[in-house]
Ligand binder design. Sequence first.
Ligand SMILES: Nc1ncnc2c1ncn2[C@@H]1O[C@H](COP(=O)(O)OP(=O)(O)OP(=O)(O)O)[C@@H](O)[C@H]1O
Length: 959
Amino acid sequence: MQLNRTLKWCHKRLVPNCPTGKLRFESTSTVRGATVERLKIPIDQIKSISEPQIDFGLPIAVAKSRRVAKGARNVSNALPPTLQYVRDTMDRHKNYVVLTQMGSFYELYFEHAEIYAPKLNLTLTSREYTHGKVSFAGFPVHQIQRHLKVLVKDHGYSVAIADQFLKDSSITNETNRFLRRVTRIVTPGTFMDEAFENLQENTYLLSIEFPGKATLRTADIDMKIGLCWCDISTGEVYVQQVSLKDTVSAITRIGPREILLDEELMSFSLEKGEWFTELVELKKYFVKYQRLPSGHREMKTFYHLFNCDEEVDRSFAKLDSTVRDLTQKETAALRNILFYIEEHLPNAQVNLQTPQRQLTTSIMQIDSRTNSSLELTSTMRSNSRKGSLLSVIRRTVTPSGSRLLSQWLCAPSLNLSEIHRRQKLVKLFKENDDLMKTIFRTLKQTYDMPRILQKFTFGKGEATELLQLAHSLQSAGVILKLLQKASEKTNKMPLTKLTSSLISPLQCNEFLIEKVLGTLDEEQFLRSRKAPAEFESLGTENGGQKGLDVDPLGESSPWVVQSNASSQLQKLHKLHNELLVSRDILRHDLESFFTTKFQARTVQLKLKQSNEFAIHITASPSNIREIMFKLKEGLLFREELFRVIQKSAQTCWLSHESWLELGHELELTAMKIKKEESAYMNELKGEFVKRSSSIRRIAHTLDYLDVLTSFAKLSLEKSLTCPSVNSTTEFNVTSGRHIMVEDALSTKSLEHFTPNDCNIQAQELWIVTGPNMGGKSTFLRQNAIIAILAQIGCFVPCKSATIGLVDKIFSRMGSADDLYNEMSTFMVEMVETSYILNGATSSSLAILDEIGRGTSGKEGVSIAYATLKHLIERNKCRSLFATHFGTELQALVRGKCHPEQQQKISFYQSAVLDVGENEFYYDHRLTPGVCTQSDAIKVALRAGFPRDSLLHAEEVLKA
Ligand SMILES: Nc1ncnc2c1ncn2[C@@H]1O[C@H](COP(=O)(O)OP(=O)(O)OP(=O)(O)O)[C@@H](O)[C@H]1O
């Protein structure tokens, strides 16, 4: 609507002097459902038109600001070089917010200052130059993460950061001393500032590759689409080829923060669903249309973005063979993502892992509606995590373990041997309580290794991270020994084999761990971090106020690296200690000098905040006066004069050559030690990065163990049973429960969950009837959840279960969100049902709730009947069908279906039990048969419906 008005307005005003083709969309981004459209309008033409009277939103702000920019450019010669750089950068990065480092501040200039300063709550100022005023706003460098969060995460902008580098320290002219360059472009998918990240989730950037000119043809649901997604903060890269009909399920499973599409697709507005309805789901995501001219680039030219490993040749060979095996679409999607990363992180080492290929045939497919109706990761009502399946089953103790659990939950396995492997390990941990608890305890002492490794790759990370990584690897060693012991104890061949498959990837380079733990002074480091007040003894004025860096003299030894780490450090520490001794001697000499001559109370050597090395003396007012008098007369100490820096009644600050020289020397040595320490730590970081492959292997094994031990714990807590998972099409569950409903009941009331059986084969269908609130939907969902839990290797809530692998789970539970708000309820119901009827196979499980309820009774029944016929005849999947049309459907099945088909359809019901006048309770137990009434009046009464009104309803029913 807004866009149309905008376009009309533009055409009206611009067409006379705007040749066709000059006006085009520059980019369209969807930020949480809201479409942000930007127009590219030639600057000169903007100037010639008057302001529109419509709410133009962002485009006009941009247009307006460009007009200002043009004003500045007209006199570009007059711009100082620094501002000219900013202007050029802004012109080069047109769709980005440009932040430029100026000393210890990041600043926004020109129109960007005007547009974004209010959003960031910054004060907008301006400075006068020869050509006019330039607006600007800024914030201190250390606040970058906070402001990036607002710009990128909250508003969905892309931000180009131009950092400042020292060009030549000998140049005194501030302007020429520094050079600036764009070091990073931050978008929602490349946002890595983890202070604001939920570490339990991946930050995926997803590139989708459609076949060339696909959108010019009618959408063919079987056309092949390439996907590549990558989490830069952990280095994970995945590729997959899916068919168009499965694309949205894949996007839901991946849950990307940003989706990358070729700019050419922009004019087709895929998110409107006109080309392919399902793609309206794109509205939920941040979609970036980008020119991606990566097609002409050879894959090898992107290899520098991968693993900076010591086994570099080997890993490139592996990369080569992985890339060779990819399909054309997968390769194109991968190439696009690499191109984008390269462009957004120029000059940075990225250290990506070799791409892992996901095969559609190796994972259960769960479409987005099923994902939300089963509340896998968030609840439907409040869209919160609490109460979702993930939150109810999560017992993992590490963030990366939680990430793996989420990945499994959204993509259960279809690999029988992998499922059995997980089950066996869960059983092992369940039966060995001690082993499970010790692994848990040890895992709690580990840190997020893949993220730390990436930090090192980007040149970030300090001693804390080095120690965290070393401790995590050490914990991996402890777990390795635990597993070794466990496997020796069991003596059962299959189990020994199983544990040893976990043991070998946990082997690590102990030398490096020892080097870190042996040379970094952890205690000292922790103490100095915890207690800045301790620096008061440093001898610096107001010591401690500036934290660790306040000790320029290094007197309180805030050193992180032990002196024995290198011969150079040893030498420097020796020198530093000698200087400290000289300082003590000097202080002692000055003390005796001033106390003997002037009865001074205290004499201290300090470094003032103004960076002056000063002697601080306290004495009585008369003694201070005497000192001042003698100083004027030319008081000498070690043959040098004093100079007065500051004086009050009872104190004075003096400077003296002896302390000046010594102080400077101390400061210089302390700086050299810090530099040496930093070089040493960089070397250690580099050593870890070189071992990326093995560290990632270890981290992955720990995550795997975290999830499996958490399953064992969950299984004990919730009395779960190991299901038998096989390649048949059985689905036999005895006394199954809905794990989330059961959990909610136990925390909110004293009620118990009523278990129910479910026994269906391929081509069989259960029609479940019952009163409103009778538990029909719960029953449908619980069985789908049991299938998912079974296929991620978790035990399941029931007495026993045999589950033939489910390739796809489909649901139609009336949970469509407002993406489809342009369609009627019935239309949505039909879209969703068609999706099931077109996609379910004989290995699928379909759960359908109240098909046909969105239209008139008779037509609704006919649609419901047609659906169930199609499910058993064509799809031949396992189906559960909840309905209020039980009697009608039973009559149709008996009258129209072949006896063989009738055998495949079973009717089950739940009931309401009356226990007195207007008193009743739900019996959630399913029994064979058809429930003839919905007891809607009872439910309405309980919900507070006016009693008088219900009398009318009863009258109608009796008639
Ligand atoms: N097996 C069960 N044991 C105990 N409580 C249950 C059981 N099944 C459902 N419930 C409770 O009943 C409530 C309603 O269940 P559900 O939504 O499945 O009913 P329904 O038959 O689908 O209702 P409607 O026809 O109105 O959609 C649930 O929220 C849960 O609290």
